[in-house]
Design a protein around this ligand. Structure first.
Ligand code: V47
Length: 398
């Protein structure tokens, strides 16, 4: 932990910000910008680690056993960064699963310890709201013990437009169908200068925030994200984070913030020359922890960050690594080369290797199990990989 009275070693330029953090004071927009402009990643990371230690104890790292479900990739909107969407059912690669097909498709992966379906979908122009309600009902009926974390603020707003209902009524209908909480997608970058270029048809910032405000009012917990590393500037990122902090001051309904590293393949936006790096990712995780002083959790989403960078992020303020995921389409369509799933043992290994304690959680951060024994205790005898079965070596040294 950073000593409270030590002067900053390599970064006198950040000394006043360090003093504020040590004193537990809130950082300003200018502080956020200065942190982003600084190259002193290690000081920024150490400060974020301090804040994580204060807020979460610093030792526990959360993960869950979840399963992603993307009911359709047909989408009425044309976001320039998106590689997942197809314009119509006739487009190459388009798919739409019926609720029954979804239940059948995921059946082989469902087990008693699965606690969450993470459901994000294309905005199908023809199917109507009832389809999305039916998807939730079918999943809830088939797997009643699994929490449904479903539909971003953008999807909720789309359903409101489809039906003429207000956001509250849409959310209440989805809750009746089994909705338990909402993921944080669709936030992208709030600033209108960026939003009108990357996703002009999407709910604007005020609408996205209004949906989450309404959800919080109904007792639903939600997450928040920021898509970074495309055309936005540091100013846009800090503005985004502070808008989230403002709503959280009002409602306290957000659980977790997830910075999403933009991936540039198979879409209209492509990549800029200086697109995001590991340095930028770790800095973004750390600055999120420092600016979002009213968020409980910062997630290093291993699918987007890669497992090695997600692991490092655990020393830069992140206390959650997401889950088993099982089937990821949105990011892999954009060229991600990470695995689509990690099993529980992979996650335990990543977390234990940095000296932290893995805590399996449910969606609402209730503890399912604490893994505080040495890693060997949890090792299976063999593991199934894509290439076949691998035996685990149990070798005694003496
Ligand atoms: O909103 C789309 C992003 C998001 C690309 O709440 C892309 O726990 C990078 O909501 N490169 C959806 N990102 C994913 C999402 C999410 C993911 C993990 C955890 C949680 C949570 C929520 O995916 C979209 C968009 O920002 N996305 N295309 C792309 N090319």
């Amino acid at each position: 932990m950073l000593p409270t009275s030590s002067p900053l070693g390599s970064s006198p330029e950040l000394a006043d910000i360090q003093a504020k953090i040590v004193a537990g004071e809130r950082l300003s927009y200018d502080d956020g910008l200065r942190l982003y402009r600084s190259h002193d990643l290690l000081t920024i990371g150490q400060l974020a680690d301090l804040v994580n230690a204060r807020r979460n104890g610093g030792q526990n790292v959360y993960f869950n056993q979840n399963h992603h479900v993307n009911p359709t990739n047909v989408c009425a909107f044309h976001c320039n960064f998106c590689s997942f969407a197809r314009t119509s059912d006739e487009s190459p690669g388009a798919y739409t699963w019926t609720p029954e097909q979804i239940v059948e498709h995921i059946r082989p992966d469902v087990h008693p310890r699965l606690t969450e379906f993470h459901i994000v979908s294309g905005l199908h122009p023809v199917l109507g709201f009832a389809y999305y309600e039916d998807v939730l009902r079918a999943l809830k009926q088939a797997y009643p013990w699994v929490h449904l974390k479903a539909f971003t603020g953008v999807e909720i707003d789309f359903f409101a437009q489809l039906t003429g209902l207000d956001h509250e009524t849409v959310l209440r209908r989805l809750m009746d169908a089994g909705l338990g909480s909402m993921p944080g997608g669709g936030a992208e970058i709030f600033h209108p200068d960026v939003r009108r270029k990357i996703c002009p048809e999407k709910a604007d910032a005020d609408t996205w925030l209004a949906v989450h405000r309404t959800a919080h009012g109904l007792g639903l917990r939600t997450n928040a994200t920021m898509l970074y590393g495309h055309i936005e500037t540091y100013e846009h990122r800090v503005d985004h984070l502070l808008r989230l902090r403002e709503l959280q001051d009002e409602t306290a309904g957000f659980q977790t913030f997830i910075p999403l590293r933009y991936h540039p393949e198979n879409n209209n936006l492509g990549r800029r020359l200086d697109w995001t790096t590991a340095h930028d990712t770790l800095k973004t995780i750390a600055i999120s922890r420092l600016l979002l002083d009213n968020f409980s959790h910062i997630k290093a989403y291993w699918v987007m960050l890669t497992p090695p960078i997600a692991q490092l992020a655990l020393h830069f303020g992140a206390d959650d690594i997401d889950g088993t995921v099982v089937e990821e389409k949105i990011y892999h369509d954009a060229g991600a080369t990470t695995e689509e799933q990690l099993d529980k043992f992979d996650l335990l290994r990543l977390i234990k290797a940095v000296g932290k304690t893995p805590v399996e959680r449910d969606t609402l951060y209730n503890t399912v199990e604490i893994y505080d024994q040495p890693i060997e205790h949890y090792a299976p005898d063999s593991r199934k990989t894509r290439k076949g079965e691998v035996k685990i070596a149990h070798i005694e040294l003496n």
